[in-house]
Write a protein that binds this ligand. Structure first.
Ligand SMILES: Cc1cc2nc3c(=O)[nH]c(=O)nc-3n(C[C@H](O)[C@H](O)[C@H](O)COP(=O)(O)OP(=O)(O)OC[C@H]3O[C@@H](n4cnc5c(N)ncnc54)[C@H](O)[C@@H]3O)c2cc1C
Length: 445
């Protein structure tokens, strides 16, 4: 019986293992970490607080994945009505901001409305004042200049670490709400607005953090932890790991970030290596705080627009499941973004704890008398994919090469896409399907 090697035990690796398992094809999964889950890992601290590697909730609308994840956690999960909000210069704004402008300074609201109406008029009459060459053009054409420049361009700069005119629109999908004029007008005149966020309900495991959604993974594949791939030889069909282990493979599916995978491949052509170097992603410093009270926020997560506030997004894990904190406590996860290509991190990750706490006090989330019961810092070296203008060509070069040498790629950092956990899982399934077909073809020869 042939065994397929899967590199990475995150959602994409699980998707691949799951698809192979369905076909009765055994697989071995290798991961460099001493735990499985990749970006969906959760860390339970001695203080009693649980933090995920970045805030994770399941947005999936796929019934079969909802069922699979529910089965993984033995039906013990929370269904949460999503109430994200925004913070801008002392104002707390319901999400999405474009539909909830009431209460903001009058001149700003007037300018937002004037420009939004102008942009809508142009769209309805097919008037193209400027071709849409990048994300900035798209924002201005969709929302008008004032709103675009005050909100999404500012947020995007903090989150993606580069400016909107250096980004394509290929990542957007349903992410930014396309508001109707009536919705914008109602939101400018009234604080009472309907919920129009593209995410309405989210799910989260009741116990042990997001990684519990992967509890079925070890039942569907053999997992070898502590195996960091350092060399992939496509001619010899060998995988070499940092611990000295060398294994042969009949087929391999990789969710390892392309920027790391390509330089490890024996014989990778220089143009492919160069292309991989152009792929950019953000790094995220997560400052995790445990507090002695739970009434910290109205929204389960908040977007921050002001450049002088160091974090881009806050989330409150105890609002996903109260079992992530000791009784009566609350928790905050602050995300501070960097990237090697555009905003290299200065100093050490721990240096961000004090500024995060100071900014939390400045915007009123923390009070002077709050007791901080837990503090830790976690760094994610691969966070959000940056859709800069170099990405598309570089990615096409890398993917064409991997197709040529028969290495199936998947997941957020294999597809190099801005995808969620369910999409990463499906990407893994698709890579496994492709692999099964290749194996069938080579057998029939
Ligand atoms: C801050 C943040 C918040 C997010 N929030 C959400 C959310 O709320 N909801 C949602 O659905 N999605 C969310 N996502 C996206 C989600 O995390 C990803 O889509 C998904 O986890 C990607 O899974 P993956 O398997 O593709 O990658 P990964 O989880 O990164 O898996 C890759 C695996 O490969 C392993 N690996 C890497 N290099 C090697 C090597 N050399 N040798 C062996 N193994 C290696 C890694 O250890 C890892 O386990 C968020 C992401 C971030 C960064």
């Amino acid at each position: 019986m042939e065994r397929v090697a899967i590199l990475g035990s995150g959602m994409a690796g699980w998707g691949a293992a799951h698809r192979l398992h369905q076909e009765g094809v055994p697989s071995i999964t290798y991961d460099k970490n001493g735990y499985h889950g990749g970006h969906t890992a959760s860390f339970k601290h001695a203080s009693g607080f649980i933090f995920d590697e970045g805030p994770h909730v399941s947005f999936t609308k796929h019934k079969r994945l909802q069922k699979l994840f529910a089965e993984s956690v033995k039906e013990k999960y929370e269904v949460i009505h999503a109430r994200p909000n925004n913070y801008w210069k002392g104002h707390w704004i319901k999400h999405p901001a474009i539909c909830n402008l009431s209460g903001l300074p009058t001149d700003l609201v007037v300018n937002c409305l004037r420009d939004f109406i102008g942009a809508q008029h142009d769209q309805e009459n097919n008037i193209e004042r400027k071709p849409i060459d990048n994300y900035a053009d798209w924002l201005i054409a969709s929302y008008g200049k004032t709103f675009a420049e005050t909100f999404p361009m500012e947020y995007g700069f903090k989150y993606h670490t580069t400016t909107a005119d250096n980004m394509s629109t290929a990542w957007l999908g349903p992410r930014l709400y396309r508001a109707k004029l009536e919705e914008v007008l109602v939101g400018a005149l009234s604080p009472e607005t309907p919920d129009v966020h593209y995410v309405d309900y989210v799910r989260y495991p009741s116990y042990d953090g997001f990684v519990s959604y992967l509890d079925l993974l070890p039942k569907q594949t053999q997992i070898n932890l502590g195996h960091q791939l350092v060399r992939l030889d496509p001619a010899a069909k060998e995988l070499h790991f940092a611990n000295g282990v060398v294994v042969g493979y009949q087929a391999v599916i990789s969710s390892v970030p392309l920027t790391e995978l390509v330089p490890m491949i024996v014989g990778a052509p220089p143009d492919v290596v160069e292309a991989a170097k152009k792929l950019a992603c953000t790094n995220c410093v997560m400052v995790n705080l445990g507090l002695n009270r739970s009434d910290l926020s109205q929204g389960q997560w908040t977007y921050f627009y002001d450049r002088d506030i160091c974090f881009t997004r806050l989330s409150f894990p105890h609002m996903f499941s109260s079992h992530t904190v000791p009784p009566g406590c609350g928790s905050i996860q602050a995300e501070v973004y960097f990237s090697e290509k555009y905003r290299p991190m200065k100093g050490s990750p721990e240096d961000y704890v004090a500024p995060v706490i100071a900014d939390l006090k400045r915007c009123g989330v923390l009070r002077e008398d709050d007791e901080i019961l837990h503090t830790n810092v976690h760094v994610s070296h691969y966070a959000q994919i940056i859709f800069d203008l170099e990405r598309a060509d570089a990615l096409a070069t890398v993917h064409a090469y991997l197709d040529d040498i028969g290495v199936a790629y998947c997941g957020r950092y294999g597809d190099w896409l801005y995808i969620w956990t369910d999409e990463a899982f499906i990407s893994g399934e698709n890579a496994a399907q492709k692999t099964l077909e290749r194996m069938r073809v080579s057998k029939s020869r």
